[in-house]
Design a protein around this ligand. Structure first.
Ligand code: ACO
Ligand code: PYR
Length: 533
């Protein structure tokens, strides 16, 4: 409805990279750019060439290594320095030399910033904008201007802020993006300002920071008020509290406002792309992130699940498949029969009626003892199988285990574990050494089983978390909960163990992890069996 000319402008590689703790190599930047291009954004701001060697290098390599199908690259920089000609400013030269087809210039639009931060006159700032924009236009570049601190500037000196916008537009800037640089605006007042600037005749863009928690709402309000160029960052990255989350903005504009920003197929890749970018940035993705977070369509409350069972729309604002996400059922002490039934269905088990009730009761009882199943999918599946089959799934039968921790004369502390078990009719006794008791037990258990179950060699412990729980009011004192994550290179599964002793809790989680891994490897039958000692 807003026409083909609507811009989706991503600034992850520039403003997103201004986020604390986010550091991208040139190779990372190229990888993120490819992901964003795949999503179908129109512009990718690659960084500030000339400001640091990495960003200069990015634009150099992009020429040969980035084969963008949808997006155009934009180089970011500032208007020329006061008192210089744009043609003579080395940072403006770096923008030209980047060979990016689009240049985005940050320009001061708040009179106080001109006088205090730029330390020049209001007239000279206008001359800097005019000169830099027209110079780059004459060099054949498309120019966008980011009017920094625009909304605060508009409140302080409306006439000057408007003069900045019109000067940029008259000099040839295609878009003037109004920036809520300090991120403190609220949607209603922001929309009024945008409306007024749009009325003055310039093509308006919007760039919002999230310091008031309103970056996405402000972006939507600006679009409603007439902005036709939206800036944002993947996963909401950015300086301080971040920028408008581009994925949330795209989801909202496309699915709620009926705009065609990307194709349906590209939208259906958004969750995968959001997570792929998190992998590159090494910033853990927020599970709660709208649309693309792993929890965005995860249902924990029993009442929700019972309604979702009838119709998923009853507790979901969209069909998760539209953005490539999935509905998930979480089973915990807040579950009811419907949660378990749907979770069972997800895992391929039929759990209607009484069976679901038995599982719910068991889950609630175990969670009261400190277990947690929403974060231990594999332990839950084993529990579910036990309720369905009437007995525990076993590929081996543990007789006993023991761990010794020893400080050696040279000061090194090592652990030695012994595991006695029965599998496939054999009694097996094995020891293992490790740098800690859990590591030693893990080695002993694997050594004991690997000959009979060679698939174990592919499984490795990928994460291990311990938490001390005070189960107040039950008189049971503190217990330890261990959550273990295991991978066979193709899938990852989580298991839980609870005990007053941390090693015993770890052993439970480990035993579940191996049992589940063997089930995945195709060992269905109970192959344990004591040798009859
Ligand atoms: C709102 C935003 O987020 S805009 C993006 C901000 N991003 C960054 O700052 C990251 C990249 N920045 C850098 O690498 C460096 O700051 C550089 C290379 C740009 C400049 O470094 P330096 O020359 O050492 O200057 P420094 O960072 O101390 O100060 C910035 C200078 O730019 C000037 N400046 C600030 N805004 C503008 C502008 N819109 N137009 C022209 N000059 C500007 C300041 O007045 C200051 O001038 P001064 O050197 O005469 O004091
Ligand atoms: C340009 C920019 O990043 C800002 O004003 O926030």
């Amino acid at each position: 409805m807003y026409g083909d000319g609507f811009h989706v402008y991503d600034t992850t590689l520039r403003d997103g990279a201004q986020q604390e703790g986010l550091n991208l190599s040139v190779a990372d930047k190229l990888a993120v750019a490819r992901h964003l291009d795949e999503l179908g954004v129109g512009f990718i701001e690659g960084g500030w060439p000339g400001a640091n060697p990495k960003d200069t290098e990015f634009f150099r390599r992009a020429r040969t290594e980035l084969n963008l199908k949808n997006a155009q690259l934009a180089a970011f920089g500032a208007t020329r320095r006061p008192g210089l000609k744009a043609a003579d400013d080395p940072l403006v030269a770096a923008l030209r030399e980047s060979e990016a087809p689009v240049v985005t210039l940050v320009a001061k639009s708040h009179d106080r910033h001109v006088e205090l931060a730029l330390r020049t006159t209001l007239e000279e700032n206008l001359a800097m904008i005019r000169d830099t924009v027209s110079h780059l236009r004459a060099e054949g570049r498309r120019v966008f201007v980011d009017a920094e601190h625009f909304f605060d500037g508009f409140k302080a000196n409306r006439a000057y802020a408007m003069e900045v916008v019109l000067t940029a537009a008259e000099a040839g800037a295609d878009v003037v993006a109004l920036c809520d640089t300090n991120g403190g605006m609220l949607p209603d007042e922001l929309a009024e300002v945008v409306h007024e600037v749009v009325g003055a005749g310039a093509r308006v863009g919007i760039h919002c920071h999230d310091d008031s928690g309103c970056a996405v709402a402000n972006t939507l309000a600006a679009v409603k008020a007439g902005a036709t160029h939206i800036q944002g960052c993947a996963n909401g990255y950015g300086e301080r509290s971040g920028n408008a989350n581009l994925f949330t903005v795209i989801g909202n504009l496309q699915l709620k406002r009926g705009m065609r920003l990307v194709t349906d197929e590209q939208l259906a890749e958004m969750t995968r792309i959001a997570h792929a970018i998190s992998e590159v940035t090494n910033v853990a993705p927020s599970p709660q992130q709208p649309y693309v977070g792993v929890s965005a369509f995860a249902h924990k409350a029993g009442l929700h699940a019972s309604a979702v069972k009838v119709d998923p729309d009853l507790y979901q604002h969209i069909d998760p498949a539209q953005v490539g996400n999935d509905m998930r059922m979480l089973v915990s002490s807040m579950a009811g029969r419907a949660s378990v039934e749907l979770k069972g269905r997800e895992l391929g088990y039929d759990l209607s009626g009484e069976k679901a009730r038995k599982v719910v009761d068991k889950v609630k009882d175990l969670e009261a003892q400190g277990y947690t199943f929403e974060a231990a999918d594999a332990s839950f599946e084993l529990l579910l199988r036990e309720e369905l089959n009437g007995e525990r799934t076993r590929h081996f039968d543990v007789e006993s285990w023991r761990v010794i921790v020893e400080q050696r004369p040279d000061g090194e502390v090592i652990s030695e574990a012994t595991v006695k078990l029965h599998a496939k009719g054999e009694r097996i006794v094995c020891t293992g050494e490790g740098n800690g008791p859990v590591n030693a037990l893990d080695r002993a258990l694997r050594t004991a089983l690997e000959r009979l179950f060679p698939e174990l060699a592919r499984m490795e412990l990928t994460d291990y978390k311990v938490r001390i729980l005070e189960l107040g009011g039950r008189g049971t004192g503190a217990v330890t909960r261990v959550l273990q994550e295991t991978s066979d290179g193709e899938a990852t599964w989580s298991t839980v163990g609870v005990d007053q002793n941390v090693i015993a809790a770890s052993w439970q989680a480990m035993e579940d992890a191996v049992t589940y891994g063997l089930l995945r490897a195709g060992y269905e039958a109970d192959t344990a069996g004591r040798t009859g000692e």
